[in-house]
Design a protein around this ligand. Structure first.
Ligand code: C6P
Length: 416
């Protein structure tokens, strides 16, 4: 892997051009050039996304689906155009299968509340895994409390992989739903999502895949994956905050009741009765995040332009480079050593508190996350309260990793 380009199936990632697209990367923090390795929490936006949102506000903003005037029509066209871009991006069959929400968290809450409250009864079971983000635990826990259903948890191995034998054994007569992540945000593990779906469907159980850490980094085709639901957030895929996507298979979404009531999600309202709008509006109550959706559409265009194959190849090069250098440091212990990993490295430095390590790295311009990463059960599994986490995007470089490792070598004697 060279600093300038990478070739993958004939496509090249021109790293200098890519970095020029991200204004935020070109700054100093505490007198050092910024190295942004907190992409799993939220990634950065290219000028193309920023400009699209700015142009929308400068020229086209009005409410959508409500006005016959020109600006409302322009806004509606751009908003629905973004839905089509997202549909094509994940290869959903129809635009009505794409529901715009605030983010992955809201998407999971929507499914848990709408599908869960309608379909779960006392004694029913919902399977999740030990490596889920709180967003894919707590909504299920809440709906289980409300309905009398129970959570069953797929254990994980010391390497941070799902125990697939245990997963198979968890299915029983009362299993009603499965919700599992495609990539662990805390460990970087890429789970065998297609296999998880196949096994769930063998038992005639619907499955939701949390694609938050997958969709921005690797090709995801919902028809090939076969999942009933897929969720992801715009802000992790170089789009705005406050926008995310729930993909749901049409037959499921048709059968599900609305979650929130209000404008736009209705067909006819009287004081006696209300009937619902068609999909996807049934699930989009109130004025949506119009600029967010349009910005997400621009992010989809941007990612398509670079190519997810090239992005994945570049990021796996970064992961391999960083892992090799961190493994060479005796004080560093990496958590999450799965065979298939996304570009996320969680680690500890001796007995040092992760916050101390991250604070000292920040003083050298390097942004990493510390804490439990909203995945406390993962921390409990490994008997630790927190880790330092470096997570990469396609605009990061091997040179930045070298600077990170050099900085860490200076930090180690200060904390160990
Ligand atoms: N993980 C992280 O630093 P929202 O907040 O709704 O955009 O995404 C929630 C979410 C759901 N699933 C996974 C796998 C995630 O990683 C996240 C967000 C961030 O790891 C913020 S806690």
């Amino acid at each position: 892997m060279t600093q300038a380009t990478i070739d993958h199936q004939g496509r090249a990632l021109d790293i200098e051009r890519v970095r020029d697209d991200f204004p935020v990367l070109h700054q100093e923090v505490h007198g050092a050039p910024l190295v942004f390795f907190d992409n799993a929490a939220s990634s950065q936006r290219p000028s193309q996304v920023i400009e699209t949102v700015r142009r929308y506000y400068e020229r086209d903003h009005a409410n959508v689906h409500r006005g016959i005037h020109t600006l409302s029509q322009r806004a509606t066209e751009a908003y629905e155009g973004a839905r089509e871009k997202v549909r094509a991006f994940i290869n959903a069959r129809a635009e009505k299968e794409i529901v715009f929400v605030r983010g992955a968290t809201e998407a999971i809450n929507l499914v848990a509340n709408s599908w869960g409250r309608r379909n779960l009864s006392p004694g029913d079971e919902v399977i999740i895994s030990h490596m889920e983000h709180h967003s894919n635990i707590v909504p299920w826990q809440m709906v289980c409390q409300a309905t009398g259903a129970k959570l069953r948890v797929i254990p994980i191995t010391d390497a941070g992989e799902l125990d697939m034998q245990a997963y198979r054994r968890l299915f029983g007569k009362r299993t009603r739903f499965v919700a599992v992540t495609a990539v662990s945000n805390a460990l970087g593990t890429v789970t065998p999502a297609k296999e998880l779906v196949r096994i769930a469907h063998d038992h005639r159980v619907p499955i939701l895949i949390d694609g938050c850490q997958a969709v921005p980094h690797m090709p995801v085709d919902v028809q090939d994956l076969g999942a009933d639901f897929l969720v992801f957030s715009g802000h992790k895929m170089f789009g705005p905050t406050g926008i995310g996507v729930l993909y749901g298979r049409e037959d499921h979404l048709e059968a599900m009741p609305p979650w929130q009531g209000g404008g736009e999600m209705i067909d006819r309202v009287t004081f006696e009765e209300t009937t619902w709008a068609d999909l996807p509006n049934k699930f989009e109550a109130g004025t949506p995040n119009i600029a967010g959706a349009i910005g997400l559409g621009a992010a989809v265009d941007y990612v398509n332009d670079i190519g997810l194959d090239a992005i994945q190849a570049w990021e796996s090069g970064l992961l391999e480079h960083a892992t090799r250098h961190l493994e060479a440091l005796p004080e560093v212990r990496i958590l999450g050593t799965a065979e298939h990993k996304a570009a996320v490295i969680s680690f500890l430095v001796g007995d040092a508190h992760p916050t101390d390590v991250a604070t000292l790295l920040d003083m050298k311009g390097i942004a990493v996350r510390t804490g439990h990463h909203c995945a406390q059960p993962v921390m409990q599994r490994f008997g630790i309260p927190a880790t330092v986490r470096a997570s990469f995007a396609f605009y990061n470089t091997p040179d930045e990793i070298d600077r990170f490792v050099a900085a860490l070598k200076k930090v180690i004697p200060m904390v160990c």
